[in-house]
Design a protein around this ligand. Structure first.
Ligand code: FPP
Ligand code: MG
Ligand code: MG
Length: 323
């Protein structure tokens, strides 16, 4: 198992780098009309600007590469900005699609500025991220990170279309969540001129951590504390989405299939789905799969130096987190 905490705080080890991130991103999106900058940079002006888990991963990996020593190169810092900008753009669009009203305890961009500005703000972030990406002058990194944008869109469409059972769900999770972490992790290793095995291991670490992250996210939709999480419970079922808990439950309770196929829209469907899920070990099985992935991520960096312990601790935090 992932065991007890080790006392290492991964976020403390990259505090400096993370604290400079918001202002660097705001500089990157400086533009007229000011309404565009205001909308696009909205999240980063807030006190709770998000967990910044992706940049944390990238900074920790950057500091662990044998080639760069304990430093983060300017190109790697820029990559962290690009990664967080793509992530933020996807959240802007996601909240329009999901009609999300609250994120991280704050109003969403669509709630704050309306759907049009939320979409355009997201588009603008993608455009600016693309320009910054081109300026890195690294074709491989450009290809990897552009591919991520494609993956995010494919993942979202797979989710809307549904179907495919557990395999479809796990595939969708890769496109929607793991691809960004995996490919940006690989990219930071490439920018750091790391040996081939570090490049490969960075990708795998990001992929497994991303898998674990999304599975836990889907568990929190059932078990999370609304106050801590800053969003409502059962949002996935309510929006017609069958995640790990519903899909694992279906393996022993086939009557879930009917509810899933009609997207939990019949009268009392949500409650019936919840009754089925809670009468099985589906949530525990989803957590187990998250743990397995987190352990695989932890094992990948076993032989690393630098911030190895912090990277391993992050695997535990992702599984044990409450928000
Ligand atoms: C959050 O999921 C959403 C994503 C991780 C990706 C969404 C992708 C798109 C909207 C496609 C467009 C992509 C770009 C790059 C503009 P969620 O709704 O399950 O989580 P939540 O509870 O945080 O809202
Ligand atoms: Mg969504
Ligand atoms: Mg959403």
């Amino acid at each position: 198992t992932l065991g007890e905490g080790t006392g290492v705080n991964p976020f403390t080890n990259v505090k400096e780098e993370i604290s400079n991130l918001d202002s660097e991103m705001l500089r990157l999106i400086d533009t007229k009309p000011s309404a565009l900058k205001e909308a696009a940079g909205y999240f980063w002006g807030l006190r709770s600007g998000g967990k910044k888990i992706r940049p944390a991963v990238l900074f920790l990996i950057s500091k662990s590469l044998p080639s760069t020593g304990a430093t983060v190169l300017p190109t790697q810092r820029r990559l962290a900005c690009i990664t967080e900008m793509i992530h933020t753009a996807s959240l802007f669009h996601d909240d329009v699609i999901d009609k999300g009203e609250i994120r991280r305890g704050n109003k969403t961009a669509n709630e704050m500025f309306g759907n049009k500005m939320a979409i355009l703000g997201g588009d603008f972030l993608l455009a600016k991220a693309s320009v910054s990406l081109a300026r890195l002058r690294n074709l491989e990194v450009t290809e990897l990170m552009s591919g991520v944008i494609e993956h995010l869109v494919r993942g979202e469409v797979m989710q809307i279309k549904g179907g495919g059972g557990l395999d479809g769900y796990l595939g969708k999770n890769f496109f929607k969540t793991s691809s960004l972490i995996a490919n940006s992790a690989m990219s930071t290793a490439i920018l750091g001129d790391a040996p081939a095995e570090y490049v490969r291991e960075s990708y795998l670490y990001g992929k497994y951590l991303g898998n674990a992250f999304q599975l836990v996210d889907d568990v929190l939709d059932f078990e999370g504390n609304v106050e801590v999480l800053g969003k409502e419970r059962y949002g996935d079922l309510r929006s017609g989405l069958a995640t790990g808990p519903a899909l694992f439950a279906e393996e022993t309770r086939p009557e879930m299939r009917e509810l899933r196929l009609r997207k939990f829209r019949g009268g009392g469907d949500i409650q019936r789905a919840l009754d089925i899920i809670y009468s099985t070990d589906a949530i525990e099985r989803t957590k187990d799969l998250a743990r397995v992935n987190a352990e695989m991520a932890r094992d990948v960096v076993e032989g690393w130096g630098g911030e190895r312990d912090a990277l391993r601790e992050l695997c535990r935090i992702v599984v044990d987190r409450e928000k």
